[in-house]
Design a binder for this molecule. Sequence first.
Ligand SMILES: Nc1ncnc2c1ncn2[C@@H]1O[C@H](COP(=O)(O)OP(=O)(O)O)[C@@H](O)[C@H]1O
Ligand SMILES: [Mg+2]
Length: 265
Amino acid sequence: MTLIVTFNMRKGGTMKTTLVRNLADGCARAGLKTIVVDADSQHTLTMTMRVNPVDALTTLLTDDTVEWGDVLAEVPEEFSGAQREYFYLLPTFDGQQAIENQAGIPDRIYERFQELRGYADVVLVDTSPGAGNIHAGFYQVSDGIFLPCLCELESVLGLTATLNHLYTISQSAPVAPVMGIIPNHFDASEMVQQINHKYIVDHYAQYGRIFNPIRDKTIWRNASQNRQSVYRMTEHKSYNIRKEAKIAVAELQPILDTILKAVQA
Ligand SMILES: Nc1ncnc2c1ncn2[C@@H]1O[C@H](COP(=O)(O)OP(=O)(O)O)[C@@H](O)[C@H]1O
Ligand SMILES: [Mg+2]
């Protein structure tokens, strides 16, 4: 089946884009037909995957004559390390802001992304830190939602806000279940983080599986600056970078396995 998953969190800087970018390469390397969607007008995902930022998402949602094949961009070999047979990105740009509050956008998202069913194996959607029309559309068309968060108060509040938004929308339309809450940037030597982590485990497990925290590591930033996936960084010439990249890949594995299993279901 085609699995559409959306990454969202009201708070910014919680690893949404980093997770989407790297998990996408994990899916593509596993042989899945993979489409990544940049639905954040800041277009970080587009840039860090080496694709030109253009208003493809906006065009797709506002122009009926446009087809998916017209707007998808191939993910360059330099990002993944090898040309994957079917690895595409739907870019975005500033023009997205103009449609963010437009009526009918959630329905348009629903219609257009349903068209992907049967074509791609997996569609990973990166959203902006917020809770608007665009998020509402993806909650409805997705099969699952991942909520990445930090082990700090602001993220805990962000989790509550995001879950509230989901609940509100679910009163008028079916929404996807939470496939996982992913604590990250974790530093076990910080007492406050440990306390917040425990709080998240104790209070949010009822909403979705809580994954083991992803540690705070420079490799994630390095890979983003190099505009390469952490998988590709495991082939780096420096031994230390290869080692760190392998740790990063291992930390992604349980999330990747969850996605792969859901695709096979
Ligand atoms: N586990 C991590 N450890 C250290 N830095 C990270 C980690 N995950 C992401 N980063 C860095 O944190 C910043 C924010 O991550 P990003 O994925 O862009 O967040 P979001 O998309 O949620 O706003 C980026 O500079 C990224 O490279
Ligand atoms: Mg982002």
